[in-house]
Write a protein that binds this ligand. Structure first.
Ligand code: 6R9
Length: 660
């Protein structure tokens, strides 16, 4: 178990930034006083608070019988029970009024600057209905799983919404994942259909998606058909009888422009999204329709103070929860106009994001600390080359934002005018739980500040008692909120074990945190063995098993260490099999292997060949010691008396010194 009190000193920041005056009068929540009042009400009368929000934000076919029921001991969580709705109806159909049907829903920018596509709500509706009819024609029914392996092109939200429309459960797999990762995710949810593309642009290079899909599908007997979007016009392998072109399917003569929305129960599953755990295979976190939709609309509206005339841009990939909640379901359910971008922040130049903010006059901009750090390193001059005066609010997500990056973002991007909302949340939470409200809450750079209404966090010490002010501990939640996960696909035991067993009666986040004298939360990162590379959670177990899958590798231990740009980077200790010798060539080969097996984000920055690893007598790797060695804190290794073979330490230190 990591010692949560040991990482506290990482963030020390005492400055306070007050909300701007301009924009305050029109804000949804415009003072700390208002926030406090709403917060108190939300906890004292959760049924009242959430019923009001749910009615105000979402269109229901039938209202619910009971607002919420939850028991973290069982665990069982239900919101808006008996309520009927459809997520796609809320994201598309209800915006087809005279005022908004011709409003831009998605302004898509391809990596090549000249490629821009605008989808109005009317256009989106037509496309989604037609694709929903394609799904029906292929025999996809309510409750069936559809795996989606698409890059950041408009077809991605379109096919997700089409699934939601007919009640099929989508499982989006990040387009940068390897064939192997795709395969295990398809197998786990037993998808009937895969939707992919021929390829996509990334930093001027053509990436082949279909190749990986073909590779994955070799071992996925449940998948009957594979729909392929033609993005680049690449020469691809084609499996007759299985593969179908997206454009041919959607333009077929028997496909109509209208498709009925399936009436879904509030607790029907909307989607599955896989996230890495500390042990074993990735977890299929699933969210349900009513609570999730209410929660993403509610949090987006208040935290980004989103008004109908705003242009919102969330730079995440839809393959992660941030894209699900704040590109697809949040903005579209609110009828917003948003930017969707295919490319990366630094190509063709590190001013690309700012150039796009200028081009589309973006008002609300949401990105990750890893992006901010990379752009910061490129030089202050980049954001100053562009007119960023349209920006109103800036957001951050994925990992703790270090104060240095916070200030840079505030000064050079927001020009000291824009509040920064540092939103703390997880795949499991569905939406923001701890975040400033931009016009109400004074910000402390590096702190996610205060819990949102309806959210009741608590910090527990190892023994389960509440931590004192400024004392580090485990961040937990005392009560349920509508957007929380309802389970782990096919594994109720894991759901209970991972989230509700460490401290019975609480939701366990796995993050360390402390709360300061003003009640502000300071997140200290994950306390388990998940490595957060550029905001992507990678399970050490998954990484290690990938390394061990290489014929030369006998054993591996993977450690995250602080990295200026990526937040955390990967350091791998590798024991080679007999007959293999350490070499630079092999090191490169292993890096390539990791790229292939998991994806480029899983490439270790360092690989150290070792003859042994520090282990307990029961055979458990002592990561605590490895972490200290990687950090260069050799004097502070802690208790090594439980080591099976303490002599291994000297060799590890020597190797580390040669490498870093
Ligand atoms: C939304 C998302 C969740 C983990 C979470 C925490 C870290 C996310 C953060 C943050 C500090 C923030 N995290 N936002 N840490 N401040 N504003 O990233 O979901 O991929 O599931 O990761 O990311 O450690 O537990 P997910």
């Amino acid at each position: 178990m990591a010692d949560p009190t040991k990482i506290e000193s990482v963030l020390k920041e005492e400055r306070i930034v007050y909300p701007p005056q301009e924009g305050r009068d029109e804000a949804y929540i415009s003072s700390k006083f208002d926030y406090e009042e709403i917060y108190r009400y939300s906890l004292s009368d959760p049924d009242g608070f959430w019923s009001e929000r749910a009615k105000e934000l979402i269109t229901w076919f039938k209202l619910w019988d009971r607002t919420c029921y939850w028991d973290f001991h069982k665990p069982e969580i239900r919101w808006f029970e008996g309520g009927k709705l459809n997520a796609c109806y809320n994201c598309v159909d209800r915006h087809l009024t005279d005022e908004t049907r011709n409003k831009a829903a998605i302004i898509w920018q391809g990596e090549p600057d000249e490629e821009v596509k605008v989808y109005t709500y009317e256009m989106l509706h037509r496309e989604v209905c037609r694709f929903a009819n394609v799904l029906k024609k292929l025999g996809i029914k309510k409750g069936d799983r559809v795996s989606i392996y698409l890059p950041m092109i408009p077809e991605l939200p379109i096919v997700m919404l089409a699934c939601a429309r007919i009640g099929a459960i989508h499982s989006v797999v990040f387009g940068g994942f390897s064939a192997e990762s795709l395969k295990t995710r398809i197998q786990d949810c037993e998808a009937k259909l895969l939707i992919t593309a021929d390829g996509y642009w990334r930093s001027g290079r053509k990436i082949q998606s279909k190749k990986n899909a073909d590779e994955a599908l070799k071992d996925c007997p449940t998948v009957e058909k594979c729909i392929v979007v033609k993005r680049l016009g690449l020469d691809i392998n084609w499996v007759e009888g299985r593969d179908i072109w997206y454009h041919e399917a959607i333009n077929a003569e028997d496909i109509s422009d209208w498709c009925e929305c399936e009436e879904m129960d509030a607790e029907d599953v909307l989607f599955i999204l896989y996230t890495s755990g500390s042990t074993g295979k990735p977890k299929g976190v699933f969210h349900t329709t009513g609570g999730y939709l209410v929660y993403v609309a509610h949090t987006l509206q208040w935290v980004f103070d989103l008004k109908p005339e705003d242009i919102f841009w969330c730079t995440a990939d839809i393959g992660w929860i941030t894209g699900h909640s704040y590109i697809v379901y949040g903005p579209l359910s609110l009828g917003a106009t948003q930017i969707m971008y295919e490319g990366v922040p630094t190509y063709p130049h590190p001013g690309r994001f700012w150039e796009l903010c200028q081009k589309f006059k973006v008002n609300l901009f949401y990105t990750a600390p890893t992006v901010i750090r990379a752009l910061m390193r490129a030089g202050d001059e980049w954001p100053h080359k562009y007119d960023l005066s349209s920006l109103r609010i800036l957001g951050s997500v994925g990992e703790p934002i270090n104060p240095e990056a916070w200030w840079w973002y505030y000064e050079h991007v927001g020009r000291r005018r824009c509040p920064i909302v540092d939103t703390w949340w997880q795949t499991e939470t569905g939406g923001f739980l701890i975040s400033p409200l931009p016009y109400a809450i004074p910000q402390k750079p590096g702190s996610a500040t205060l819990p949102l209404p309806g959210v009741e966090p608590i910090i527990l010490k190892d023994d389960g008692t509440p931590a004192d002010v400024n004392e580090g501990g485990h961040l937990c939640m005392k009560r349920a909120w509508p957007g929380m996960l309802r389970g782990v696909w096919g594994d109720p035991k894991r759901f209970k074990d991972v989230y509700f067993s460490r401290f019975p009666g609480y939701y366990y986040t796995g993050d360390g945190a402390r709360r300061d004298e003003d009640g502000y939360f300071w997140i200290m990162g994950r306390l388990d063995d998940v490595i957060n590379v550029s905001g992507h959670r990678l399970g050490t177990m998954e990484l290690e098993s990938a390394l061990v899958a290489h014929p030369a590798v006998a054993e591996a231990a993977v450690i995250g260490y602080p990295h200026e740009i990526k937040g955390e980077a990967i350091y791998a200790f590798v024991i080679l099999k007999e007959g293999y010798e350490p070499s630079e060539e092999l090191r490169q080969e292993l890096k390539q292997h990791m790229r292939k097996v998991i994806g480029p984000i899983a490439t270790p920055d360092y690989i150290q060949f070792v003859s042994g690893l520090p282990k307990t007598r029961s055979g458990k790797i002592m990561r605590r010691i490895l972490r200290k060695i990687v950090a260069g804190q050799y004097e502070d290794l802690g208790d090594t008396s439980t080591l099976a073979d303490p002599s291994v330490i000297d060799e590890l230190i020597k190797g580390r010194e040669e490498l870093m």
